[in-house]
Design a protein around this ligand. Structure first.
Ligand SMILES: [Zn+2]
Length: 186
């Protein structure tokens, strides 16, 4: 999810400042101000009684290298930014109440129509882009059921053999994972 096609590299502070800092305290409705707190500049409630601090954290997502029994990889073509029009591994952001594995399985189902069984962990990636920073947990999995049905932020679904991958693949994490797979390292 580090954007390869439209990569904008930001420092963590720059990325954080572009994300939604509160104007008013969600706890007491006083104005929020930039103030040094816990070692860096943060949005802090101006009411000294309240002192609510807004922590802008990385988003956590999960994706899956989902393989068919004949060793082809499931990719989805994105119909939304970032990286609209590029192919990527199915994945997305975690929701409250689900584990990272559940996220990967759900996102694969929503985007591709296929049910995947998680078989291992590939790697954990960190990225920064114009939307902020994030951690992506990349799993390996086996396609066990379903049929191609593009949905959510995907407009097409296809399986590719290691030597027939499309040229326009999005995100450094996806490129690194697919390279490792092609080279037989995972
Ligand atoms: Zn407050």
């Amino acid at each position: 999810m580090a954007d390869t096609n439209e990569e904008i590299t930001l420092t963590a502070e720059e990325a954080a400042s572009l994300r939604q800092g509160y104007r008013y305290c969600p706890r007491c409705r006083s104005e929020m101000v930039d103030r040094l707190a816990y070692g860096r500049l943060r949005r802090v409630c101006s009411d000294p009684e309240c002192r609510f601090v807004q922590f802008i954290d990385p988003k956590v997502g999960a994706a899956v290298l989902a393989l068919s029994d004949d060793n082809r990889v499931l990719l989805v073509k994105r119909n939304a930014d970032p990286a609209r029009g590029s192919w990527c591994l199915p994945g997305g952001f975690m929701e409250v109440g689900e584990t990272p594995k559940m996220t990967a399985i759900r996102e694969c189902q929503e985007e591709s129509g296929y049910t995947v069984e998680i078989t291992g962990l590939v790697d954990v990636y960190y990225y920064e882009n114009y939307r902020g920073s994030g951690v992506l947990i990349m799993y390996k999995g086996r396609v066990v059921d379903g049929a191609a049905q593009a949905g959510d932020d995907a407009e097409a679904v296809a399986f590719f053999s290691p030597d027939e991958l499309p040229e326009n693949i999005a995100f450094q994490s996806n490129l690194a994972t697919l390279a490792a797979w092609r080279e037989g390292r995972i």
